[in-house]
Design a binder for this molecule. Sequence first.
Ligand SMILES: CC(C)(COP(=O)(O)OP(=O)(O)OC[C@H]1O[C@@H](n2cnc3c(N)ncnc32)[C@H](O)[C@@H]1OP(=O)(O)O)[C@@H](O)C(=O)NCCC(=O)NCCS
Length: 153
Amino acid sequence: MAVKSSELYRFIPMRVKDLDMIYELEIKSYDFPWTKEILRDCILYNYDSYSVFFGDEIVGYIISKISYPETHILNLTVSSQFRNNGIGGSLVQLIINDARIRNSQDIILEVRSSNKIAQSLYKKLLFKQIGVRKDYYDCNEGREDAYVLKLEL
Ligand SMILES: CC(C)(COP(=O)(O)OP(=O)(O)OC[C@H]1O[C@@H](n2cnc3c(N)ncnc32)[C@H](O)[C@@H]1OP(=O)(O)O)[C@@H](O)C(=O)NCCC(=O)NCCS
């Protein structure tokens, strides 16, 4: 079920009590998901992260580390039934806003070379490719390159 009205979504900082729902979405979304321990540590160690709720359900999240001079976006995930409603773009925009407030100079992220949808989202938000990390990711056959993207703030 796709829901178009953005007023129905609540964006709130990630909480430990939401970890099970976040992990469930993580394993549904990736062939090589993060472990629950990694996700929990990101929350406990105050990574800059938001969950998106639709009612009581988490339908997306973003995890980043905002620093000076550079911010890193580490994970961006939207539930498949809720994609293409602007949630992913809104999550990245929240981090852009927070990073600007905290005087970060730019935002860096890696994206799989095969992930054209995410690349198109980042391009729309004016990220530029600045490099390639060869064989950065596991994939089902061998390894896959990461494109390194940067947004100057
Ligand atoms: C990538 C992802 C987070 C995008 O989330 P989303 O909520 O669907 O994104 P949005 O609705 O905000 O879309 C923003 C832009 O992304 C691009 N996009 C989104 N879905 C797309 C699709 N199916 N085909 C092509 N471009 C698409 C478009 O540029 C879109 O802008 P537009 O709506 O003006 O055309 C989501 O597809 C996802 O969770 N994928 C699996 C996990 C993943 O790949 N994470 C990113 C790792 S770097």
